[in-house]
Write a protein that binds this ligand. Sequence first.
Ligand SMILES: Nc1ncnc2c1ncn2[C@@H]1O[C@H](COP(=O)(O)OP(=O)(O)O)[C@@H](O)[C@H]1O
Ligand SMILES: [Mg+2]
Length: 245
Amino acid sequence: MDLIPRRIARVGTLHPRQEIRVPNSSEARVAVGDDGTEWVHKELMGVNQVLAEAVSFLLANRLDLPVPTGGVSRDSSGSPSWLSHLIHAPSHWQPSLFESIEDGPESMGTMYALDALVANEDRHDGNVLLEHRGEGTLRPWYIDFANAHVGSPAGLMGCRDLVPDPRPSHFRPAPLGEAVVRAATAAAHRVQAFSAECLAADAHEACDAAACPDLESELLRVLLYRCSELGSILPQYLRALEACR
Ligand SMILES: Nc1ncnc2c1ncn2[C@@H]1O[C@H](COP(=O)(O)OP(=O)(O)O)[C@@H](O)[C@H]1O
Ligand SMILES: [Mg+2]
């Protein structure tokens, strides 16, 4: 496994464009960088939320989960906010579209494993984007890890075996068929094989991006624990999902 994680983009000047017209809590709007890259800029975020996005993005990349390229920008006081590469005109998740989604069972299973790892309870329909490709196929993009408990590493360490509770979210899960469960389990095995060096590199990069170097050692501690215990946390999460279908 490579020891150098993919980096989070550091973006300087941003030129604001249109607001995102769906209910959202982060005042997300489209913004364009000096190089013409189009981002969704989530302006209203605290450090813990940016940290949750940053570390989840790095772990998603290690698991080959499709997440939009991530970035951070800083306001004049140095406070960071999260950027997500703009996906054009996506649909939000609907179970009836499951059959049309490219690699649906694989990526959905991997998503469940990552959500269990970072303790993300915010997996509602608006946080899975479906990009329309040719011939009726849809490419999934998994977004919005801002509220994952991993963003408050000391808090999560205090309840370190936390299993995300899917009941408050409005997510209507994909069929939790054999293929999804198999993919989730395979992803959990990969997580358990992440080396301490890789996790240390991710903790460092995420804390650097989120401008909170003081949280790095606690973040690494909770990552090491959750990765090693995912084999027990994930099945509990899958059972909780099954129970609320
Ligand atoms: N990369 C992206 N491309 C296109 N739309 C996005 C992207 N990221 C977010 N959005 C849109 O913005 C909304 C709010 O973003 P999200 O990350 O979910 O933040 P919030 O915490 O405010 O819910 C999403 O539901 C989605 O409609
Ligand atoms: Mg959201």
